[in-house]
Design a protein around this ligand. Sequence first.
Ligand code: NI
Length: 169
Amino acid sequence: MAVLDILHFPDPRLRNKAKPVKRVNDRIRQLADDMLETMYLAKGIGLAAVQVNVLKRVVVIDLSPNATQPRVLINPVYTVVSDKIVGADEGCLSVPGFYEPVSRFERIQVEFLDRQGNQQVLEADGLLGACIQHECDHLDGILFVDHVSNLKRQFIRRKLVKRQRTRAE
Ligand code: NI
């Protein structure tokens, strides 16, 4: 396994769109394993391949407190089950240190391929539902900061650019 570099906002590569995985093979499984290791090290609960500059529709999620329930979602597509909107604070490994309330659909159904390439269907709400919507956004080049006000997004952008500049010196 290998730890991958996570891109940070406002890196333009986070705006790339990922392509569907044609075949779930060992390379894809390796990517998913590397993404999980990267996510665990960074203490995150979700990571999309676009965040490690790989343009494939692969997402990993683990909401358990002790990193024991890894989920791999390949080519995830969700539909809205309840169009009620709920809001909760979100963060992102690509936007380190910032948490802002984001509105999401309360309940979704997601279809995806698992790491064996089998078709799966899952209904999700709460944290898992929001996390899946957040990660699916990444696969289309969308970040949670796109769901907050322009003012707030510009504030976060300025802070992160400044921090990246300081670190590069
Ligand atoms: Ni994220």
